[in-house]
Design a protein around this ligand. Sequence first.
Ligand SMILES: *[C@@H]1O[C@H](CO)[C@@H](O)[C@H](O)[C@H]1NC(C)=O
Ligand SMILES: *[C@@H]1O[C@H](CO)[C@@H](O)[C@H](O)[C@H]1NC(C)=O
Ligand SMILES: *[C@@H]1O[C@H](CO)[C@@H](O)[C@H](O)[C@H]1NC(C)=O
Ligand SMILES: *[C@@H]1O[C@H](CO)[C@@H](O)[C@H](O)[C@H]1NC(C)=O
Ligand SMILES: *[C@@H]1O[C@H](CO)[C@@H](O)[C@H](O)[C@H]1NC(C)=O
Ligand SMILES: *[C@@H]1O[C@H](CO)[C@@H](O)[C@H](O)[C@H]1NC(C)=O
Ligand SMILES: *[C@@H]1O[C@H](CO)[C@@H](O)[C@H](O)[C@H]1NC(C)=O
Ligand SMILES: *[C@@H]1O[C@H](CO)[C@@H](O)[C@H](O)[C@H]1NC(C)=O
Ligand SMILES: *[C@@H]1O[C@H](CO)[C@@H](O)[C@H](O)[C@H]1NC(C)=O
Ligand SMILES: *[C@@H]1O[C@H](CO)[C@@H](O)[C@H](O)[C@H]1NC(C)=O
Length: 292
Amino acid sequence: MQLTSIFVSLLLTTAVVAKGDKKNGTTKAVSEKSQCREITTLTELVNLASNSTKLADRTKNNATKIAEIQAKASEASTKLTTLQSNATLVSECAVIDAAAKTKDQCASVRFLERLVKLAANTTELADKTKNNATKIAEIQAKASDASTKLTTLQSNATLVSECTVINAAAKTEEECSSIKSLEKLIKLAANSTELAKKTKNNATKAAAIQAKAATAQTKLTALQSNSTLVAACASIKASKDGSKASEADSSSSTSTSSAAASTTAKSGASILDAKAGILSTVVIVAVGMMML
Ligand SMILES: *[C@@H]1O[C@H](CO)[C@@H](O)[C@H](O)[C@H]1NC(C)=O
Ligand SMILES: *[C@@H]1O[C@H](CO)[C@@H](O)[C@H](O)[C@H]1NC(C)=O
Ligand SMILES: *[C@@H]1O[C@H](CO)[C@@H](O)[C@H](O)[C@H]1NC(C)=O
Ligand SMILES: *[C@@H]1O[C@H](CO)[C@@H](O)[C@H](O)[C@H]1NC(C)=O
Ligand SMILES: *[C@@H]1O[C@H](CO)[C@@H](O)[C@H](O)[C@H]1NC(C)=O
Ligand SMILES: *[C@@H]1O[C@H](CO)[C@@H](O)[C@H](O)[C@H]1NC(C)=O
Ligand SMILES: *[C@@H]1O[C@H](CO)[C@@H](O)[C@H](O)[C@H]1NC(C)=O
Ligand SMILES: *[C@@H]1O[C@H](CO)[C@@H](O)[C@H](O)[C@H]1NC(C)=O
Ligand SMILES: *[C@@H]1O[C@H](CO)[C@@H](O)[C@H](O)[C@H]1NC(C)=O
Ligand SMILES: *[C@@H]1O[C@H](CO)[C@@H](O)[C@H](O)[C@H]1NC(C)=O
């Protein structure tokens, strides 16, 4: 429910504006990608506006919101026609979309595998849910659906082999962000001024953070002992900094926020897709906690 309202408000804040950059070279790919993202977002918006069931559901039948979405969709429709009149763009987007879809499916596979594994491990399950039987039952029910879904996805050999590559890269990225958050936690625990501020001088909370930081240090040391990983993280960071700079460079005044909004809306859309099957806040939180 919360996710859907976030999604709707993102759609509404997404400016229905073209990316107007005229740059060439390396910035071209960035702008093309964002045009494709825009097509996706606009299409989603137009589809939503034309489906009264969905519209009522997502707006909780709020007539003001419905009218807002329909007005936006009318603008979006015009914009979409213009973008889609470019056959080159449309065919390039088809390629980009297919790659994005594969990436999403691989992420689903990863998530589903984790969920199934969690549901099968009673120790971990008790730990993550603080032994709440309702939550345990919820996770187990979701894992049962997940298992079916996983079987379907894994019956596609092409997908499985593509996901091996993609998921290895994703795992590296995840480990890199673990390193970052572990470092952050350790730094916080070591800084008594900051710790006092964050915990509002609550010594119990501060001690809990320090205990967590001790565990974090062990994990960090283990991760950092892998020099391949450390090098990969440095190169990921460098390439991210690079593409951020070029995106900022290629953006005209309105397009930065527009592109950012569509990116978020797009990932909102993927979350919604996945949600139809299995996602719930409880599980997202549970999986999030697995990373610590
Ligand atoms: C595009 O590329 C051409 C030739 O490489 C260059 O002369 C021109 O300045 C570039 N335009 C922009 C906006 O970067
Ligand atoms: C409208 O949306 C609902 C779900 O919200 C879906 O089941 C239905 O197929 C959609 N109808 C059309 C015509 O796309
Ligand atoms: C309907 O949506 C509008 C605009 O987002 C909001 O201001 C209003 O409070 C909503 N009405 C109800 C009954 O929720
Ligand atoms: C069509 O889209 C392609 C890819 O984004 C772009 O290079 C080209 O300039 C566009 N053509 C027109 C007429 O806008
Ligand atoms: C279950 O999870 C715990 C961590 O919570 C782990 O130590 C253990 O190896 C797992 N057991 C299996 C069979 O995977
Ligand atoms: C157990 O989880 C359920 C569902 O999330 C929640 O409603 C309930 O309050 C929890 N029970 C305890 C004892 O925390
Ligand atoms: C299998 O996965 C590949 C890669 O994602 C996709 O192109 C293809 O359409 C899928 N095949 C089936 C039968 O779903
Ligand atoms: C501790 O955190 C404060 C901000 O809360 C910062 O100003 C200070 O430089 C930090 N000290 C160290 C040693 O990092
Ligand atoms: C300090 O934090 C603990 C644990 O979060 C909490 O139980 C306790 O009430 C807090 N103490 C004060 C004085 O706020
Ligand atoms: C070290 O990290 C790399 C890159 O993430 C990974 O492929 C490799 O399996 C890791 N090695 C060990 C021993 O964990």
